[in-house]
Structures are given as structure tokens and as C-alpha cells.
Design a protein around this ligand. Structure first.
Ligand code: ADP
Length: 475
């Protein structure tokens, strides 16, 4: 339980981290870039504006001849004071030597004021520059009508309004960012809940399945159309398969017990009657022992078939693919089973349409095809006909085994490959089948990535068609 709790947080943390890295951090970085660019833009604009003002003032000073007409000193001071209070900045005017001739703050008059910006202006280079304390100095040279530099006008402004404005915007953006972060966090929380809740339910059901409740299913109807729903469907399918395997395993075990019980009880009855009839003649003993012997043969046959099947299932016998000429292999099978057919007066015919070379495991292939031919002979009455045809196309080999025998009813045909399945138990006891032959054939053909098809008509005959790829691909 604790583990599950941990996992749920895992997804949630992952979602939050993803969101932080892809959303919040870039959002903060972006807003900071926007802030600084905007601030820089405003400051640049302000610099241009101040330089413009300084130039206008410089022109005004020249026209009014403030620098040289001593009578206009009061007017000059008043002009400077007025412009300074209008623009809310300080104005300092120096002569060509850098000596302050007018200062809106009055503190620097007659002092030498050779700061770098003034020096540059006296050299005819107008500049506007931001100072370390945040204020802006814009300096314009004063050039008289003869083109001579007679001084400089300095405007010093502290752009507090810009800073204040930026501060307000910054605060608003921060509030908005925090609000967005909170909203998105809530959404992420809800989303993660939506993702983890069905997973948690699924894990619960899967755990119950693991505990043996294979009949449990995940409710996929309330999972929407998501991948989680697909996962649910896949798990349900898997459970279905496991349940089938479980059922067929139980059936298999009960079938095995049943199949072995029949000959065992015959042996028991035979031996008991021998024990009771101690005076019985020798011929009777021999007859009973012969019966016991054939029952033991039957048990051995069942056990051998079972062992082959189990080994095929466990893939204990590795599939040993080799390029073989199927004409020879099928020919040998037909030759080996010919005496069986002749005994029943059955015509066993072999038709090779063409040469067929394929990659097969000859032992398993022989087992599969022998079972089919053996069955065809077994389930065909005396005087019948069994035909084996070998053919191929570009990709597959085809082995057809058809007979003119008893046939299989439509409702039985789907089950003949099941283990221990026999169409007619009493008939098969006479023919000596175990009901395992076709299962073995089916398994071996699947190992060759092939397929087997059957068509049949009762009392007319049966045809099995085996398809096996010529080339064995490892995929
Ligand atoms: P068995 O050992 O009984 O032959 P199989 O697995 O080989 O077991 O076959 C299963 C059942 O399918 C048989 O019992 C038989 O009823 C039916 N069957 C198989 N082959 C044929 C056939 N060629 N013609 C008619 N019935 C067949």
C-alpha cells in the first residue's frame, strides 16, 4: 500500500517538475527579459528627449546672447529656473573652460565642472549617458554664430517616473504570474488525480488477479478514450487468456486422469477376476494377461503422446531448422505408412506437383504429417482412398492429406485440435487413438510459423491442408 502511495506521488511530482521546467521558469525568464528591454527603451527615449531639450536650450542661449551680455544675467537665470522646473530636471551651463555660469540648483556657480560628458560637449560631441546612480546626463555644446564652442548645457535628470512605472508593471506581472502558477498547479493536481486514480484502481484489480481472482476485470467504460483505457483493455485481454489457460490446464489434468483411469480400471477388473478364479484354466489366464498387456500398451501410448506434447509446450525440444527437400521426407512418410493402408485395403497415393525445398525441422515436420496420414488411414473404411499432395508457391509449401473416410461433423470440426478431443470415443477406442495426435500436429506446425486448415463432410471424407513458409524468418 505504502509503495502504491509512493508511485502516485511519483507521477504527480513528475507532472509538477515538467510544468516548472517547461512553464514557470521560461515564463519568469521571459518576463524579466521583457522588463529590462522595456526599461532600456524608456531610458533611451528619455536620453534623446533630454539631449533635444539641451540643444534647444543651447540655441536659445546663443540667440539671447546670455553668455556675453551681462545685462541679461537675471533673465538668463530666470529662463534656466523656469525650464528646469518645467522639465523637473537640473540644468547647469558652463563656459568654454568648464566654469559653471548658471545652475538651476545654484550650488555650483563659478565652480569648474569638468565631468567627462561636459568635456566631450566642449569638444563638440553632444552626449546623453546614464550614470551609476541611475540619473541621466545629457550635454549639448553651445556654439555661437561663428561656429566657435562657447560652453555647454548639461541637463541632469533622475528618471524616477520610469522606475516607478516599471515597478508598477513588474508588480502586476508578478501577481499575474503567481496567479497563473497557482491555477496551473491546481490543474496539474486535478490532471494527475485523473491519471493516477484509474491507474490505482487498475493496480488494485491486477493485484487481485495476481492473488488468483482471474475472473476480475478492469472497468474500462469509465476510463474514457485514453491510453489508460487501452491499457485496461490489454490487461483484461491478458486476464481472459490467463483464465483460459487456467481452465484448459484444469481440463487437461482431469482429461489425463480420466484417460489413464480407463485402462487402469480394466487392468484392475481383469486382475481381480484372475485372483478370484484361481482354478481357471491356463488359456483364460493367457487371455486375461493379453488383455492386461494391451491395456498397458494403451497407457504407454497415451503417456508417450503426453510427454511429446508437454515437451513441445515447454519448447524443451529446440526447433532445428534445416533446408530440406520435402519430396523425400513426405515420400518416406507415405512409404512407412503404406503397410497400414494395405492392411485395410486402402489405396494410399502420393502426388508431388513439383520439387519443394524448405527450411524445416524434419523430425517435427515428420511427426505432424505422419499424424495426418495415420489419421486418414485410421478413419477411412476398408477399400477407401487416401491421397497426399505436395506443392508450393513462392512463399509456402502446401501438404494436402485427403481421404474418403468417415468425415467429421460441422459442429465437431472446431474442436478436433483440442487435447484428448475425439469425435466418437467408442469408435476411437477400437482405432486406438489417444486424442492427442492433432494437438501435436497443430503445435509443431505453429512452431514452423505455418497453419493448418481442415474441411470435411460426414461419410464422404476429410481434407487437411498444411501450409509452411519456405523460408524460416527468425522474427
Ligand atoms: P486420435 O488419436 O483419436 O486420432 P487426434 O487428435 O489425432 O486423436 O484426432 C482427434 C479426432 O479427430 C479423432 O478422434 C477423430 O475423431 C477426428 N479425426 C482426425 N482425423 C480425422 C480424419 N482424417 N477423418 C475423420 N476424423 C478425423
Amino acid at each position: 500500500m505504502a509503495k502504491r502511495e509512493k508511485k502516485r506521488h511519483g507521477i504527480r511530482i513528475l507532472l509538477v517538475l515538467t510544468y516548472v521546467f517547461t512553464g514557470i521558469i521560461p515564463l519568469f525568464l521571459l518576463s524579466n527579459v521583457v522588463f529590462s528591454t522595456t526599461e532600456k527603451y524608456y531610458i533611451e527615449e528619455r536620453k534623446k528627449e533630454l539631449l533635444n531639450q539641451a540643444n534647444i536650450l543651447s540655441g536659445h542661449i546663443v540667440i539671447s546672447n546670455y553668455m556675453f551680455d551681462k545685462d541679461k544675467a537675471a533673465e538668463f537665470t530666470q529662463d534656466i529656473a523656469q525650464t528646469s522646473s518645467q522639465g523637473d530636471f537640473r540644468i547647469i551651463v558652463t563656459d568654454s573652460m568648464g566654469t559653471v555660469v548658471n545652475d538651476s540648483n545654484k550650488t555650483e556657480i563659478n565652480k569648474t565642472y569638468l565631468i567627462p560628458e561636459v568635456i566631450e560637449a566642449l569638444d563638440n560631441k553632444d552626449v546623453a549617458r546614464e550614470q551609476p546612480n541611475g540619473s541621466i546626463y545629457a550635454v549639448a555644446s553651445i556654439v555661437d554664430s561663428t561656429g566657435e564652442n562657447v560652453g555647454a548645457v548639461l541637463i541632469a535628470d533622475m528618471p524616477t517616473d520610469i522606475k516607478d512605472r516599471m515597478e508598477v508593471i513588474r508588480k502586476q506581472v508578478y501577481i499575474m504570474t503567481i496567479a497563473i502558477v497557482l491555477i496551473v498547479l491546481i490543474i496539474v493536481f486535478i490532471f494527475s488525480q485523473m491519471i493516477t486514480e484509474p491507474i490505482e484502481k487498475m493496480v488494485k484489480t491486477i493485484s487481485q488477479m495476481a492473488d488468483g481472482h482471474l475472473e476480475r476485470r478492469i472497468q474500462v467504460s469509465n476510463l474514457g478514450q485514453s491510453e489508460i483505457m487501452e491499457l485496461g483493455v490489454a490487461v483484461n485481454n491478458m486476464a481472459e487468456k490467463l483464465e483460459q489457460v487456467d481452465i484448459s490446464r484444469q481440463q487437461f489434468v482431469s482429461n489425463v486422469s480420466h484417460e489413464l483411469k480407463t485402462p487402469l480400471s480394466s487392468i484392475k477388473v481383469l486382475s481381480e477376476s484372475m485372483l478370484l478364479n484361481t482354478e481357471a484354466p491356463r488359456e483364460m489366464y493367457v487371455e486375461f494377461l493379453q488383455d492386461i498387456n494391451s491395456e498397458i500398451d494403451r497407457m504407454t501410448e497415451i503417456i508417450n503422446d503426453l510427454l511429446t506434447l508437454v515437451r513441445l509446450d515447454q519448447k524443451e525440444i529446440p526447433v532445428n531448422f534445416k533446408t530440406e527437400r520435402l519430396n523425400n521426407i513426405v515420400g518416406d512418410i507415405v512409404k512407412r505408412l503404406m503397410p497400414l493402408a494395405q492392411k485395410k485395403n486402402i489405396v494410399l497415393e502420393y502426388e508431388e506437383v513439383q520439387e519443394v525445398i524448405a527450411e524445416i525441422d524434419s523430425m517435427k515436420f515428420t511427426l505432424a504429417v505422419s499424424n495426418l496420414v495415420d489419421n486418414a488411414i485410421k478413419y477411412t473404411d476398408e477399400g477407401g482412398h487416401v491421397k497426399v499432395i505436395l506443392d508450393c508457391d513462392h512463399q509456402n509449401a502446401f501438404i494436402t492429406v485427403s481421404d474418403t473416410g468417415v468425415g467429421i461433423a460441422d459442429d465437431e470440426i472446431g474442436r478436433i485440435f483440442d487435447r484428448f478431443y475425439r469425435v466418437d470415443k467408442t469408435r476411437d477406442r477400437e482405432t486406438g487413438g489417444t486424442g492427442l495426435g492433432l494437438s501435436i500436429t497443430h503445435s509443431t506446425i505453429l512452431m514452423h510459423n505455418g497453419s493448418i486448415k481442415v474441411s470435411s463432410r460426414e461419410n464422404e471424407g476429410t481434407t487437411f491442408v498444411v501450409r509452411i513458409p519456405l523460408m524460416h524468418s527468425k522474427s
